[in-house]
Ligand binder design. Structure first.
Ligand SMILES: C[S@@+](CC[C@H](N)C(=O)[O-])C[C@H]1O[C@@H](n2cnc3c(N)ncnc32)[C@H](O)[C@@H]1O
Length: 280
C-alpha cells in the first residue's frame, strides 16, 4: 500500500464522521456504542463513546492493525486462547476462521452484552462450541480462572487517562499481573495493550508499568508506532512471558500466507520498539 493511501486511510479513521454510514447507534448500560461503515476504504468499525475500538477490512476480512496477530511471531500452534475485552471480536473471529480445522479453544470475556450482540450481527462472530463468551468483568474472570492459556490478549481500552479510574485501576495492579502470569502455560505469552503517548508524565507512567512487568515476568518486549513519535497517543503493546528466552520469528509461517497476511505482519513488525524508548 502506498504511503499517501495509508495517510488517507488514517485520516478517515481519525475523522470517522466523514463519508461513513452509521449502521448502529445506541447507549448500553456501559457505553455509547456505534457501528460505522466507510465504503471508500472497506472499513467496518465499532466505536465506544465515539472513540475507535476495533474494526476490520470488509474486503480482506482482516482486522484493522490488530496486535493480536503478533502471536504468530512467537508461537506456532497456540491452542488455548483468552481475549480479555471482546469489542467487535475481530481478532478472535479472524483467528477462528483461519484455524478452525485444528483443535483450538477461544474464551472471550466481555462485560457488555450489547457489544457481543453487535459483534455477532455485524462482525460475523461465530456461534461455535470452540468459542465461549463470558459476560463478566475481566477482573472477576481472572480471580476465578483455573485454566492455563497459551495466549492472553489484554485489550480492555486501558489508557493513561483511565489509570486512576475505579473501573480500570485494576489493570496495572500487581495482583492482576500475578493472576495473568498464573493463567499462562510455560510457553505462553500475554499481549498487553495500553493507550498513551510518550512525553512527560505519560512516559513516566509507561516506564513504571514496564518496571512492574519486569518484576513479575521473565521477558518483556514492546511494539508501538514510530519510535521517534513520542507525541502521538497510541497503543503500546507489551509482549510478556515466562520463557527464559523470548524469540520472535519474522515472517511467521502459518498455514496460509497471502499478501494480505504479509502486509499485516509487516505493519506489526514495523512497530517493534526498543524498551529504552521508555527508560531514556
Ligand atoms: C478495545 S475493545 C476490544 C477489541 C477486541 N480485542 C477486538 O479484537 O475486536 C475493549 C472492550 O473491552 C470491554 N471492557 C472494558 N473493560 C472491561 C472489563 N473490566 N471487563 C470486561 N470487558 C471490559 C469493553 O466493553 C470493550 O468492548
Amino acid at each position: 500500500m502506498k504511503w499517501q493511501q495509508k495517510i488517507r486511510d488514517f485520516h478517515q479513521l481519525l475523522f470517522p464522521h466523514h463519508h461513513s454510514y452509521t449502521l448502529f447507534d445506541k447507549t448500553s448500560s456501559y457505553q455509547h456504542l456505534s457501528v460505522k461503515y466507510q465504503p471508500q476504504i472497506n472499513f467496518l468499525g465499532m466505536f465506544s463513546n465515539n472513540k475507535f475500538m476495533a474494526g476490520y477490512n470488509t474486503k480482506t476480512k482482516l482486522p484493522w492493525n490488530s496486535p493480536f496477530f503478533l502471536t504468530d511471531f512467537y508461537l506456532k500452534k497456540p491452542k488455548e486462547i483468552l481475549f480479555l475485552g471482546g469489542g467487535p471480536c475481530c481478532a478472535p473471529t479472524t483467528l477462528w476462521e483461519r484455524d478452525k480445522s485444528r483443535p483450538i479453544s477461544i474464551d472471550i470475556v466481555e462485560q457488555d452484552p450489547l457489544v457481543i450482540k453487535l459483534a455477532t450481527k455485524f462482525f460475523d462472530l461465530p456461534q461455535d462450541p470452540s468459542v465461549s463468551i463470558h459476560h463478566t468483568k475481566a477482573e472477576q474472570f481472572l480471580e476465578e480462572n483455573k485454566k492455563k492459556y497459551d495466549v492472553i490478549f489484554f485489550d480492555l481500552g486501558f489508557a493513561y487517562e483511565r489509570r486512576n479510574d475505579i473501573k480500570f485501576s485494576f489493570c496495572s495492579q500487581n495482583s492482576t499481573l500475578e493472576q495473568l502470569k498464573n493463567s499462562l502455560t510455560p510457553q505462553g505469552i500475554i499481549i498487553y495493550v495500553v493507550i498513551s503517548h510518550r512525553q512527560g508524565n505519560q512516559k513516566k507512567f509507561l516506564n513504571q508499568l514496564y518496571k512492574k512487568f519486569n518484576k513479575i515476568f521473565k521477558n518483556c518486549e514492546l511494539y508501538s508506532d514510530a519510535p521517534q513519535n513520542n507525541k502521538k497517543n497510541q497503543s503500546h503493546i507489551f509482549i510478556l512471558s515466562q520463557k527464559n528466552k523470548l524469540v520472535s520469528q519474522f515472517p511467521p509461517t502459518p498455514s496460509q500466507l497471502n499478501d494480505h497476511w504479509l502486509n499485516l505482519y509487516r505493519e506489526l513488525q514495523d512497530k517493534k520498539t526498543s524498551l529504552s524508548t521508555l527508560t531514556l
